[in-house]
Design a protein around this ligand. Sequence first.
Ligand code: TYD
Length: 384
Amino acid sequence: MPLANALRNPDDASPEAKYPLRVLFCRDCALSQLSVVVPPAEMFRWYPYRSSISKTFRRHCVRLVEEVKERTSLPTTARVIDIGSNDGTLLAAFRERGFRVLGVDPAENLAHHARAAGVETHVAYWGLETAREVVVRWGRAECITATNVLAHVDDLGDFFAGIGEALAESGHFVVEVPYLADLVEKSEFDTIYHEHVSYFLLRPLLSIAARHGLRADYVRRIPVHGGGLRAYFAHDDGEAKVPDTVRATLAFEEEAGLYEEAPYHRFAREVASIQNDLRRALERLRAERRRVAAYGASAKGATLLNSIEASPDLVEYIVDDTPEKQGLLQPGTGIPVVPRSSFDETPPDYLLILAWNFVDEILEKTRGFGGRYIVPVPTLRVLP
Ligand code: TYD
């Protein structure tokens, strides 16, 4: 498979880098990880994904800030570090409430947007070394957030060592990861791509954190991006007992059989059937001379369409509101990414929703376009 966010310039005739894409399940610790790790510099130095594009996600950030304030009673003068701060969307919400904020992200192109939004940003990968630099220049943080970034990290030990270093004594580390329980249950196989090295359950997350002296004091499931887990960690003083939310989530994982192999075999069969159904549906529409386009040049869309070997004769174009993506081609399939205006000019008969995590927002934006929608996951559906 090609790299999911490596959109191509139409003039680029160089061969496209491809890597195996396989997820392995560890019977010992129940962490699932990719079989190969692509060097991060190939994926993250220039990063086209912008958090601020989705209204749903901006709203999610504001709610997260409110919850953090409520649960931690941080003083509003507290320092907050966001790891994988992207274009500063989450930190802008913290800053508006008076917090002192620092973003850390390896993508230079995004730091520029973040700074323009008033969010100080340090361009670096997170780890012990970066944490030490940040502490020297900025001090320890009362709150560190990492939303949707842990899955991207190869060296989890170094990442958590950095948290241990930079988190103030009574500080809070708030982490959000896509939840493997949701991925498997809802056949979200298209969230598997090279950027996502790890697929988390709570159990392995707790063990990694514990090795670095952190314990979870609150956990809950969250709806964002198809289903995630949000966990609050603190330095372990050895006193606290296991909180109910942690106990209940571990019990759920155990009961769902997620520490055994069976659910993953079931998942593999369901994925194969979605892929078959989608490929056949697109071929049938092509035979009927129906025009099909897609919405959301998401990384997920690259996995989905490459996994069925789609091409521009099956899906004519992909609409995306991110200026950085427009005019480029989806990796692997070569399907062109276009702005919304192209869609308004030549609306298709069917619109395949590749960013199904934002389905409501996309339905609202395209209401009345005159065609029907195809939603691929968790099962292939045609709306209305
Ligand atoms: P997303 O599903 O967030 O993530 P990933 O790339 O990790 O799979 O990507 C959604 C894509 O859809 C992103 O390129 C932005 C785009 N998008 C729009 O163009 N307009 C919209 O209204 C929304 C919600 C998303």
